[in-house]
Structures are given as C-alpha cells and as structure tokens.
Design a protein around this ligand. Structure first.
Ligand code: FAD
Length: 336
C-alpha cells in the first residue's frame, strides 16, 4: 500500500474544491484493503473512504487517512429462472457498469445511467433517478467491519434502504467498507418509462434497456452540469417528505408547488421548486453558485472553497425555512 502525505484532494471530489488530506492512499486490491484497515487500526487516525468523490463536500482539510477504493471486477456468478446475478467490485465505475449491463442485454439499472461515482458507494445513499433506485435490483453486498475486520453479507433487508438513505448512511455510518455489490438483473425487465422526457425520447422506437439508457444520458446531459466542466455534486438537497396534513397546508398557500405522492400517504415535495421559488436559481457569490438550469445543484465556478459552498447552502436552507417552514437536508456527506 502506497501512502502519500499531505495530499491534495482537488482531483478526488467532483466539486473540485481544494482540501488536503494528512494521509492518502489509492486502494486497488483486496490485499490493499486489508493493509489499509491494519494501518488504520494501528494509527488510530480517522479513515475516510472515497469512491469517485461525487457525493462529498470538503469544508476543511481532512486530518486522517483518505483512501480511494478502486478495486475492479465484474462477474456473472449465478442465474435462475428469473434473474442473472452479477457481482461487482466496489471500485468499478457505476455508469460503466450500467453500459456493460445494457450492452449485454441485462435490464434493470438503465434509468440509473450517467450517475457519477463507484459501485461501492451506490448502496450508501441507495442511488436513484427516473423512478428507479439501486434497491430495485439489489441482491446483496459484502462489507468489512472496519473495527474488527470481519466480512459479512448484507441482504436487501439488512441494508435498510430508504429514500437516498441506508443502514450505512444512518445508524452504521462510517463503520463498514463495502467491498462488492451483487445485483440481480431480471430476465424480463420491467421498464420504467413514465417520465415525460423519457417517453418523448423513446416515442416510435423499439424499446430496449440500451435505448432507455441512451435517452436518460441525453436528458441528463441537457439538465445537469458535467463535473469535469463545472464542479458540483448533483442534487445538493434531498426532496423533503411531508405528511398529508403538512402537504395540504402547503398546497393551500402555494397551489403550484410540485410534489410526488409516496407509498403510505406521504408526499415528496420538489426541493428544486422551493429553492427556485425563493429566487436562488442562477445566483452566484464569488465562485460559489446555484446552477442556472437546476436550482437543486450547487456549483463551483472555479475557485470556490468548500466553506463558501456550505455558507451558500446554509443561506438557502434558511430562506426556504423562512418562506415555507420546511427544513432542507443536504444530500452529500459534509467533511469538516
Ligand atoms: C452530476 C451529478 C449527478 C448526480 N446524480 C445523482 C442521481 O441522479 N441520483 C443519486 O442518487 N445520486 C446522484 N449523484 C450523487 C453521486 O453520484 C452518488 O451519490 C454516488 O453514488 C456517489 O458515488 P462516489 O463513488 O462518488 O461516492 P463518494 O462521493 O466517494 O462517497 C460518498 C459516500 O460513500 C462512502 N463510500 C464510498 N465508497 C465506499 C465504500 N467502498 N465503502 C463504504 N463507504 C463508501 C463515502 O465515505 C461517502 O460517505 C450525482 C452526482 C453528480 C456529481
């Protein structure tokens, strides 16, 4: 395992903010994972695991070890009447896995095309887009308990997946290193195509998982900034979930508010609508700003610091709270 000191993380977070880690290592094999955990337990310094760094905001330097998990491997391990099971190493790129699956005729994750980051991070917040979540095609994952080194399998129930949430993002936060994820691809995929843009893009074409993936890529490219061109972490805020009473009260005051009904009667309100309504879309303070095409996306126009992006996020939270009495929650992991 190669360890670097006082290492810049600018190229390891999609916001592209400058932050230094006291120690840094790039982990390419399961043996290196073992060595990393031994080093961590001996040093007693904090450990930050990173995949693609596309869901983190560094407000400060990190006073511990940052380890980028870059292990590779995609393997078909089993199949039955209904599913093909594919085990994928944590460091594989998520979007490349989606393209691998659609090119091989495996359906199920096509709606999750072009989500940046790694396979190992996908269960952390149960990534989701266009009506599909990781949980929909998840079989199990293999994770190492960082303190004891014990390897365990977690099935769907043990992962406690929720809306942009899981056991690993909530009660077991920071306790496990996800080493691999096994997905199950349905032999007769149930395609979700009811989003307006997806429907329009597909019209008149024979439907395949690959076609859907191509449309999702097109749509996302037209709406979201490419982190290589302009630093960002995708949606910065989660959509707030309101009870039916809270929703009716909001709707009475703001009849045009956008929302999506959830199972059990709760309502997911569009955080982008709330932020836009407060006038934040396209605002810029130095190099920290709100993307002009999407109010949910905070952007680094060049040299914004993590602290300045967080100051902007806090101002947005306060203004939405003031106007709607709703408290927005940040989606990325805040470091520092
Ligand atoms: C342009 C853009 C669009 C996006 N669109 C979406 C979207 O549509 N839907 C969506 O859900 N998300 C979206 N995101 C957020 C992000 O892509 C996902 O959350 C992704 O899963 C993060 O992967 P990562 O490898 O970059 O994770 P990182 O940012 O590196 O890490 C995220 C968290 O996972 C932990 N972690 C990483 N790897 C491991 C591991 N192997 N074991 C244990 N913990 C680990 C980290 O410690 C951290 O807490 C978007 C981001 C961007 C920049």
């Amino acid at each position: 395992m190669n360890i670097k000191n006082n290492y810049s993380l600018k190229n390891y977070n999609s916001f592209g903010v400058e932050a230094y880690s006291r120690y840094f290592s790039y982990i390419g094999s399961n043996d290196e994972i073992k060595a990393l955990l031994e080093w961590h337990n001996q040093s007693e310094l904090p450990l930050l695991l990173l995949g693609g760094g596309s869901n983190v905001l560094f407000k400060q330097d990190y006073q511990g070890m940052t380890a980028v998990i870059a292990t590779k491997g995609i393997e078909v391990i089993d199949e039955d009447q209904y599913y093909t099971y594919v085990k994928v190493a944590a460091g594989e790129n998520w979007h490349q896995l989606v393209r691998w699956s659609v090119n091989n005729g495996y359906g199920g994750i096509e709606n999750l095309s072009l989500i940046p980051g790694t396979v190992g991070a996908a269960p952390i917040q149960n990534i989701g887009a266009y009506g599909v979540e990781l949980a929909d095609c998840f079989h199990e994952l293999e994770a190492i308990d960082i303190a004891s080194g014990t390897v365990s399998l977690f099935d769907q129930k043990a992962c406690q997946f929720g809306y942009r949430d899981s056991y690993f993002k909530s009660s077991a936060f920071g306790n496990f290193l996800i080493q691999s994820v096994t997905l199950k691809f349905a032999k007769q995929p149930h395609w979700i195509m009811d989003y307006v843009g997806v429907k329009a893009c597909l019209s008149g074409q024979p439907i395949t998982s690959k076609r859907i993936s191509d449309c999702i890529i097109q749509l996302r490219q037209s709406k979201l900034p490419d982190p290589l061109a302009i630093g960002n972490a995708g949606s910065f805020f989660k959509n707030p979930i309101l009870s039916s009473n809270e929703w009716h009260q909001l709707k009475r005051q703001h009849p045009k508010v956008s929302a999506y009904p959830q199972a059990g009667g709760a309502i997911k309100v569009s955080a982008a609508w709330l932020i836009d309504h407060c006038g934040w879309k396209g605002k810029r303070f130095g190099d920290a700003g709100v993307y002009e095409k999407h109010a949910l996306v905070l952007v680094n126009h060049g040299k914004a610091t993590g602290e300045s992006l967080w100051t902007l996020a806090t101002q947005i939270i306060e203004s939405v709270e003031g106007q709607f009495s709703i408290t927005l929650e940040a989606e990325p992991r805040l470091i520092g």
